[in-house]
Design a protein around this ligand. Structure first.
Ligand code: CA
Length: 223
């Protein structure tokens, strides 16, 4: 899952980026509204954390422009506490949720998890595919009840496939949603990660759709 953070306060921006990276997201950072608007309009993010008070272009304008141009990714806005009118303006502009500053990082993470999984059509924080269970809260994965240790990259890959299970996901789509913009992208890496992930899971849940990509679905034998 790839997230855009638009925040002009340097300390807060770094804290958000670190916390989201630790939670398993690929994170891009923009420090003013114009850069944020550009990135959100040109890259396929799974969610956006958008501060409202931004230089160059304010957050409400950024959000209105995205929505007007059909960019429908989930957006969590950061508002100033005690400014109810900001929250109203944010929702009217197309925000999906808000957190008031100062906030606890855990709350931002929990709200983002909920937005990302709802956008993918999942109500529960625990995603399951046959014997494979991924807990989006703890970042833990188990197969038939046995914990499986994954690297950060493998977890990101599995989390994206679990959110989009039973659908064919192309290698390009995976590359775009697993890496931040600064990453040197090479779609062959995806194949390597898929290979490692299959080995670690030990069950046949990731099918190759030749020439198209991959599809995660429960094993045919129901194991
Ligand atoms: Ca600000």
């Amino acid at each position: 899952m790839r997230v855009l953070v638009v925040e002009d306060e340097a300390d807060l921006a770094r804290q958000l980026k670190d916390a989201l990276t630790d939670a398993g997201y690929a994170v891009d950072l923009a420090t003013d509204g114009e850069e944020g608007h550009y990135l959100g309009a040109s890259e396929p993010y799974d969610a956006v954390v958008l501060d409202l008070g931004l230089p160059v272009l304010d957050g409400i304008t950024v959000l209105e422009r995205w929505r007007r141009n059909g960019h429908l990714m989930p957006v969590l806005i950061l508002t100033a506490r005690d400014r109810w009118s900001e929250k109203v303006a944010g929702f009217d502009a197309g925000a999906d949720d808000y957190v008031a500053k100062p906030f606890h990082m855990e709350e931002v993470l929990a709200r983002l998890r909920a937005l990302v999984r709802r956008a993918a059509g999942h109500a529960s924080a625990e995603l399951a595919c046959g014997p494979v269970v991924l807990d989006t809260r703890s970042g833990k994965v188990a197969v038939a009840g046995q914990p499986v240790r994954l690297t950060a990259q493998e977890y990101r890959l599995l989390a994206y496939l679990m959110h989009h299970q039973n659908k064919i996901v192309s290698r390009t789509e995976l590359t775009e949603h697993l890496y931040d913009q600064d990453f040197d992208r090479d779609s062959n890496t995806i194949e390597v990660f898929v290979g490692r992930l299959r080995k670690k899971l030990g069950v046949d849940v990731i099918q190759t759709a030749r020439g198209l990509g991959y599809r995660l679905s429960p094993p045919a034998d129901g194991a």
